[in-house]
Ligand binder design. Structure first.
Ligand code: IMP
Ligand code: MG
Length: 174
């Protein structure tokens, strides 16, 4: 059975980087409160820490997506499982993702949200697996660029488990 192996990003590294990202968002969005849209379920943990690191007022909403596939490789077929609860028309929207891997999910959500006429649309992701990109998606705020490893912890799951671990681990077989 696959299980968490070595720590890839420690609790301290995550906390420090989240503070940087929060400040960067605060600097760019001091004039008008942005609306942060978290992607369930993976980004819920990151979102909770990120919003508390942003030193200006922000609003929050969530969308749910699921992509069919195996436990560690998504099929690229993305489906919306929960929609926004408010209108984003005229808002400065920041989509908050746990990881951009192939880029398909972020690309799908970007296109979907664009049709609703936000004033601006940015993407913030905790992790960027840039080597695995298949669809080019512009990323505005990136926590860590990581190698092509499947990770668990801090919101990341395999078959629904390990989201509660406080650090980010590489998944190990055996
Ligand atoms: P995409 O390939 O960029 O569309 O990413 C699809 C989704 O796969 C992400 O939003 C995550 O939910 C999931 N995913 C990608 N890499 C990992 C990982 O290393 N651990 C856990 N989930 C992942
Ligand atoms: Mg996800």
């Amino acid at each position: 059975m696959a299980r968490p192996g070595r720590v890839l990003v420690s609790r301290g590294e995550i906390a420090a980087r989240v503070v940087d990202l929060g400040r960067a968002i605060g600097r760019e969005h001091g004039q008008r409160p942005p609306l942060l849209v978290g992607v369930l379920k993976g980004a819920a943990i990151f979102m909770a820490d990120l919003i508390r690191a942003i030193p200006v007022p922000v609003a929050v909403d969530f969308v749910g997506v699921s992509s069919y596939g195996s436990a560690t490789r998504s099929s690229g077929v993305v489906r919306l499982t929960a929609d926004l609860s408010i209108s984003i028309e005229g808002r400065n929207v920041i989509l908050v993702e746990d990881v951009v891997d192939s880029g398909r999910t972020a690309d799908y959500l970007r296109r979907n949200l664009e049709t609703r006429d936000p004033r601006s649309l940015q993407v913030c992701t905790l992790l960027d697996k840039v080597e695995r990109r298949q669809v080019d998606v512009p990323l505005d705020y990136v926590g860590f660029v990581i190698p092509d490893r499947f990770v668990v912890g801090y919101g990341f799951d395999v078959d629904g488990l390990y989201r509660n671990l406080p650090e980010i681990y590489a998944l190990e077989d055996g």
